[in-house]
Design a protein around this ligand. Sequence first.
Ligand SMILES: NC(=O)c1ccc[n+]([C@@H]2O[C@H](COP(=O)([O-])OP(=O)(O)OC[C@H]3O[C@@H](n4cnc5c(N)ncnc54)[C@H](OP(=O)(O)O)[C@@H]3O)[C@@H](O)[C@H]2O)c1
Length: 452
Amino acid sequence: MVWDYYNGKILFITGGTGVIGTALLYRLLTQSAPKRVYVLSRGGYSNAKAKWSSLMPAHFAKVLYDSKCIKVMDGELGDTATMNLSDVDLQMLKRTVHIIIHAGATMEVTNSLRELSYKIIAPTLCLTQYALKFANLERFVFLSTAYANAHLWKTSKSTDVPVKERVYPLGDESEDRPYRTAPEIWKNVQKTGSSDEYDTHDFPWPYAYALHLSERLVLEKAAQKNLLNKILIIRPSVIGPADHSPYPGFTTSHPTPSTACAAAYALHPGRKIMLSSRCPNPDQEVTIDEVPVDVVADRLLVHVALGSSGCVHAVSGEKGRLRIEDWWHAFKSERRLPWSVKPVWTSEDWHSANLHHMARDFKIIGTSFAFSDEKTDALVKKISAEDCEKLILYADRSKPYHHSMVHQRHHIHNAARSLAKKTRWPVCSVRFLCRKGPSPLQMNHVNEKAVK
Ligand SMILES: NC(=O)c1ccc[n+]([C@@H]2O[C@H](COP(=O)([O-])OP(=O)(O)OC[C@H]3O[C@@H](n4cnc5c(N)ncnc54)[C@H](OP(=O)(O)O)[C@@H]3O)[C@@H](O)[C@H]2O)c1
């Protein structure tokens, strides 16, 4: 059994109170018997309990906050490896931990590169350096993003850009060690807040480049110590509601491209929304890769258990991604204004001021990436059919996308309220313009049995 790998293991997790961290902790604790899971959280146990309780109904959250196996450590990632933990705790982690999962980071995609240097790059590098000293380390997992390579949209002419599970060098580094120059580039980013490679490549947001550089720094540190085989980089695409675990519809409370766009388009008073794409038939060719959060959790946990290393996509991929046409179709029933709205496509650049503000913010709307799943396809061949049946390694697209959007209704409504406040619309009008769904805490009726 794949899950047996975790029995008796000691794990250290950052970001264990975020949506991905919560999904994977839940899966880990309900499927296997680790000896101990240390969860780093700013504000310690009370913050972690409050966050789990805000994400899930109590009978699911309890699995985590009542667990004897989880120990929440009050600490914070920063530009030193100490994480505000005591020396005794740091030494204990170093001696005992087998698996580190680093999922703690800001999701502010439009923060400047300088801000992200403090919030993402430096903490990741410090944690990597520290982790590589752990006596019993079996795997260090870093959560990056599939969009760390979104600059490829601009360097390729294809209307469906293939992205492999590897590092794409930004300079003239050799293909076999494309991360070699990362430490030098990092010094420059620290000094100037930018780098030549960042200035010459058109990343959709500083966040995408920050993760591209972080990936290379992690790999270069490991290569210097000859420990590349211990590094696993998981690259999720856009997080969507869970298909199965902890329960169907479990999702993030942060706005995602899908919820933020649905909210903005629901409030849009006009009939047309200006979007940009170079695809000749955007409605059919533009795609969105939204991955159920439980697919991310299972891919991560199974790849660790089976000893994978390097970069692995946690995506819906070519088999499960959505055409924008299907997204619009699902969105139609969320908007309450009596006239419909539809996209009007232009070939202007993704930065163009003429585009709808959502298209300018998210940029990837209007693109299509074919993220490879090859490593997961290969992994599945190593697992027994019986095990495979119980794993959630691929998005379930047997139901129309409308089901997924219904699960996001509460968050779409909240995003619409925030947008109304920002744009000085009367907030009370939102309930007439956009449907309201049950909050995560009202989902008590949903699959209570799934806890068992
Ligand atoms: N959500 C997505 O669509 C998506 C897509 C691709 C990749 N990812 C990547 O996956 C990872 C996890 O994403 P997520 O969606 O689960 O994020 P999330 O829901 O925003 O949670 C992130 C968690 O990180 C922790 N954190 C943030 N800054 C911290 C700091 N300075 N020190 C310690 N902990 C800190 C927070 O925990 P506390 O408040 O408890 O400290 C928070 O619960 C991130 O690295 C993200 O870049 C996410």
